[in-house]
Design a protein around this ligand. Structure first.
Ligand code: SF4
Length: 355
């Protein structure tokens, strides 16, 4: 065996093959898989059902791709924590951890994870978009964000993660292979054992990848970053719309809904004077009428480098009322962590560019 293997990137079958190559029985592979993906173990010395000698052998042939917390900010206003992680090659990424208190006492903890170290798609309002293209995260780096977040939950007395959303830095469907593998690890009964309903991919609307995702056996929930209801306006905000205009995007969304039975969430960040008029609301209603859709209105975080300002709360309320009266499902997503730079790419941009 020449190169060391990242155990965090292996699924169960690959883990069994790996232990076989060491001459170990397959139950060792199952034990190691459970240490890595169920318990989120980041250190071979914690694998107490392996002998000291076995742990030494493991360290000679494998490693655990950990992501290291270099900054951790906890909001004073709501139960939101933002992490800045450093990766083995010195790059940085962000994740956001949010606790949602529930009346029935079953509190929900959601982690919003990154899929790339930057993003080539250049949406005009996005902090990550201003950073430019980065690289795809490995499977170990994708799952590592979740395991580090779970460890943090344990330390601060929050429940372990119940929901994972791929809505942080980067476009997850540009990193499809690794994202799909990480989803399978999160779903695995010997891993985090989360159902597809608790895993959400948010995309700016890459049509071929949405169609491919619809073919998955155990598809995740899908959220589309829509943000405008006409091609003219959406192309101005999101260059990707020139490649995949609304008609093509919605044809792919119909396929996804028909194949999976899943209702799609349409994210609509509201920018003052840009997409928040009553005419915009009417165009959105016309676009979504008759579709299995949920509209999520997002009061945008103010990012000085983008030049977009958030809509005021009265405007957002009026917009939501109009959509609700049309019969479409709509919610306003309370913008969390405003005191800790919780918007996608904001903390990294601040650190790198002194913003
Ligand atoms: S919104 Fe998403 S797709 Fe657009 S630039 Fe930002 S990270 Fe990329």
């Amino acid at each position: 065996m020449s190169e060391k293997v990242d155990l965090r990137s292996l699924n169960l079958e690959e883990c069994l093959t790996f232990v076989k190559s060491l001459g170990w029985p397959s139950f060792r592979g199952k034990q190691i898989f459970s240490w890595v993906h169920q318990k989120g173990c980041s250190d071979f010395s914690a694998m107490t059902n392996l002998s000291k000698e076995q742990r030494i052998v493991l360290a000679e042939h494998a490693f655990l791709r950990t992501v290291t917390i270099t900054d951790c900010q906890r909001s004073q206003k709501d139960e939101t924590v933002k992490f800045l992680f450093s990766l083995a090659d010195g790059q940085t990424i962000e994740s956001v951890l949010m606790l949602f208190r529930q009346k029935d006492g079953h509190d929900r903890t959601t982690c919003c994870i990154s899929s790339q170290t930057g993003c080539p798609l250049g949406c005009k309002f996005c902090g990550t978009g201003t950073l430019g293209a980065g690289r795809n995260l490995t499977v170990g780096e994708l799952v590592g964000q979740v395991y580090a977040a779970n460890q943090h939950c344990k330390e601060i007395g929050w429940p372990f993660l119940s929901n994972i959303v791929y809505m942080g830095m980067g476009e997850p469907l540009l990193n499809m292979t690794n994202v799909l593998k990480s989803l399978a690890l999160f779903r695995h009964t010997e891993g985090q054992h989360l159902s597809g309903r608790h895993l959400t991919i948010s995309t700016c609307g890459l049509v071929p990848q949405i169609l491919a995702l619809a073919e998955e056996e155990n598809p995740p929930e899908l959220a589309i970053s829509l943000h405008a209801a006409t091609d003219e306006k959406r192309s101005a905000l999101m260059p990707v719309n020139r490649k995949y205009p609304l008609a093509e995007l919605f044809a792919a969304c119909s396929v996804y809904t028909n194949k999976t039975g899943r209702r799609i969430t349409y994210e609509y960040a509201m920018f003052q004077g840009v997409n928040d008029s009553m005419e915009d609301a009417q165009q959105l209603i016309s676009l979504l009428r008759g579709k299995l859709a949920h509209v999520n209105l997002i009061p945008a975080n103010y990012l000085p480098q983008t030049g977009f300002y958030p809509s005021d709360s009265e405007m957002i309320k009026k917009f939501a009322d109009k959509i609700e009266k049309s019969g479409l499902a709509v919610s306003i997503r309370y913008s969390r962590g405003q005191d800790i730079a919780a918007a996608c790419g904001q903390l990294k941009a601040q650190k790198e560019q002194g913003r």
